[in-house]
Design a protein around this ligand. Sequence first.
Ligand SMILES: [Zn+2]
Ligand SMILES: [Zn+2]
Length: 139
Amino acid sequence: MRVKGSCLCRAVSFSFDLKNKDFDACHCSMCRQWGGGPALAVKSEGNIDFLGEEHITVYSSSAWAERGFCKFCGSHLFYRLKDKKHNFCNFQLGTIENNEDFKFVSQIYIDAKPANYSFSNETKKMTEKEVLEDFGVSE
Ligand SMILES: [Zn+2]
Ligand SMILES: [Zn+2]
C-alpha cells in the first residue's frame, strides 16, 4: 500500500509504502517541544521517494535520531534513526493524504507524558525504556 503526502506549502512531497495504517503518538519532551504537542507518526517501509528533497532541513536532535522539516513552511515531515540499518522514517500523520482511516494503536514515551492532557483512545503504551530497547539503541 503506497501513500502520498506533502508539507503545507507543497515544496516537498513524498510517497512510500506502508505495512499497515497504524499510527503512534509520541509524548517525549523533544516531540512536544518540536511540534508544540505530542507527535502522531506513521512508519514507512522501504524506499521513500521525495520531490523537493533539497527543501528539507534535517536537524540532529540527539545522538541517534534526526528530524526533517520544510525550510519554507516549517511543516514537520519525519523523524528517523541515524542508524541506516533501520530503513524507515516516522512520518507525521498530518502530512499524509487521506489519513482519516488510519488507526491509533500505540503511545510511546508514555512515562514522559505530562499530566495535563491524555488521549481517550484504547492503545498500547510503551515507556522510554521499552522504546529504546525496541529501537535497539542505548542512551
Ligand atoms: Zn513546505
Ligand atoms: Zn518523541
